[in-house]
Every structure is written in C-alpha cells, then in structure tokens.
Design a protein around this ligand. Structure first.
Ligand code: CP
Ligand code: NVA
Length: 300
C-alpha cells in the first residue's frame, strides 16, 4: 500500500514530529539525496501556483527524481476523463502524484484508485504542506512550541483547517477569529478539540491577536471564490492586519502569510514589508518541508 499525504493527520503524532525535525535538519545541512533516484513525480495542478509548483519541482530534483507537470487544459482531465481513470493510468507510468485541486474528495479518489502515493498540494479543504512549513518557520525561531501563541485572523479556509489539524500534534495555542458565516470545518474542529488541541474561537480580531507571537492571515477570497470577492470584502471589514492590529500582538510578534498576499485587503503593505514579516522564510521553508514530506512518503 502506498503512503499518502492527503492531510496532516496522515502523518500521525510521531510522523508529524519526525517530518518537522527532518525538514529542519534538511534545511540546516542543505540536504541533497537519492530517495527519489530514478523516480518520476507527476504534478497535477487544477489551480494556479508559484511557490508550491516550483518548490515541489526543486524538492523532487534535490532528492534525485524528475517531474512531469500537468494541467487540465493540456490533458484529458480538461475533457472530462474521470479522475479514477487518470489515477490508474498515471500510476502505470510514474511514482507519485502531487495534486492541487478543488474538493478534497478528488484527492481521496486519486489515492484510492491509483497505486502510487498522492501528496496534497492544496485543496479547498486543506493546505497541509504549507502549514507544516509554517510550523517549521515558527519552530526554528521558537523551539518550545508550547510557549507559542498563534493568531489566525481571517477566513475559515483551507489554511485555517490545516492550522487546526496542526494544533492536534503541536502544542501551540491557536486563537482564531472569523466573521460569521466564514468558520472552518466544524467536524475537523470537533476532532481537534477532542484530541486536546488548544484552539480558541472568536469573532473579534482584537481578541485573537492580543499577545500573539505569530500572526497569520490569508486572502479573503481563495482560488475558485473570485466571484465572492465583493461580498467577502464587506464581511471581513476590520480583519485587515495593519500596524494598529499588530500593535496588540506580543512586542516581538511575527507576521505570517502563505502568499500570495493582497496588500490593502487582508494585510497592509507596511506590515508585509515590516521587520516583523517572516513571509519569505515561510516561502523558503516550503522547499525544505516538502523534501521531508516526500522522504516520509517514500520510506517505510
Ligand atoms: N502558498 C502557496 O501555496 O503559494 P502558490 O499558490 O504560489 O503555490
Ligand atoms: N487560501 C488560498 C491559499 C493560496 C495558497 C487559496 O486557496 O487560494
């Protein structure tokens, strides 16, 4: 049975810590390896990407493998060939599918019909590679994650869901503020709270950010929600991370964003460009984390 990384929970508690430590080690040593020697990874991207695509293409090469990049426009996926058929065919040629798509069910379908590992490169429900990288970005600054207070100010989107999952395994406190109607996955939240995650929800960005060490946000309209932009701008009034809001966080607080950012919407240009901003380190860490995730997927 192939190992998949469709969500952070696929790692389990031990796996999550192992991958975190390994990513840090790979970063510190500038790791190059042979885990994917002779192997080919197919990247299937149904949405745009800069960071995820490039960092995965580089990560695969750093591990000795090669990649094929595929979009619906250039393949039979765009002409309605079923995913289950695509999964079975790609499994006959290549060794791994790295997938960016819409519903999480699509990733799960590829995993169940294919016979090679599937890695989630973002769905509407989760962005596990990004949030594992973000945990690394905090961990390299604050090794004792139990002393860390994280704020999420924004949409209950794929990023928010993956932060909730991360809080099941890593001992930071997660204070989350969402406008009404933009909450994250209820079932996942219940699961995380049951597992002991320290998650606190509010509608008030000020409450969520008070004393936070790491302040996170993301776009208000994710890919696929472009037509909701205007409605969302109204709903997220007061949720823009500006200097005043950052001023309520811990004095050494860092600003985090998975990128791309919409300056002037969820964050001001001043905060993005301020010394508190660690968004470029987050982007870099995608490369190191994804090497560790690929190694986890391809080893017993
Ligand atoms: N953060 C992130 O996933 O960026 P891309 O959409 O550029 O891949
Ligand atoms: N929530 C954003 C993340 C982009 C990396 C989106 O899904 O568009």
């Amino acid at each position: 049975m192939p190992k998949h990384f469709t969500r952070i929970r696929d790692l389990g508690f031990e796996g999550a810590w192992k991958v975190l430590e390994r990513a840090k080690e790979m970063k510190d040593t500038g790791y190059r390896g042979h885990t994917l020697e002779g192997k080919v990874a197919t990247l299937i991207f149904e949405k745009a990407s800069t960071r995820t695509r490039i960092s995965f293409e580089v990560a695969v090469r750093h591990l000795g493998g090669t990649t094929i990049f595929m979009t619906p426009a250039e393949s039979q996926l765009g002409r309605s060939e079923p995913l289950r058929d695509t999964a079975r065919v790609i499994s006959r040629y290549t060794d791994c599918m790295i997938v960016r798509t819409f519903g999480q069910a699509k990733i799960d379908e590829l995993a169940s019909f294919g016979s090679i590992p599937v890695v989630n490169a973002l769905t509407d429900e989760g962005h596990p590679c990004q949030v594992m990288s973000d945990v690394l970005t905090m961990y390299e600054r604050t090794p004792d994650l139990s002393q860390v207070r994280v704020a999420w100010i924004g949409d209950g989107n794929n990023m928010a869901n993956s932060w909730i999952e991360a809080a099941m395994y890593f001992p930071f406190e997660l204070f989350m503020a969402f406008p009404e109607g933009y909450e994250p996955d209820r079932q996942l939240l219940g699961l995380a709270l049951e597992a002991g995650a320290k998650i606190f929800l509010t509608r008030d960005p000020h409450m969520a950010i008070d004393g936070a060490h790491y302040v996170n946000t993301d776009v208000w309209a994710s890919m696929g929600q472009e037509e909701e932009q205007k409605r969302r701008e109204a709903a997220f009034k007061g949720f823009c991370i500006d200097d005043a809001l950052m001023g309520r966080a811990h004095p050494d607080a860092k600003f985090m964003h998975c990128l791309p950012a919409h300056r002037g919407e969820e964050v001001t240009d001043e905060v993005m460009e301020s010394p508190a901003s660690i968004v470029w380190d987050q982007a870099e860490n995608r490369l190191h984390m994804q090497k560790a995730i690929l190694e986890w997927v391809f080893t017993e």
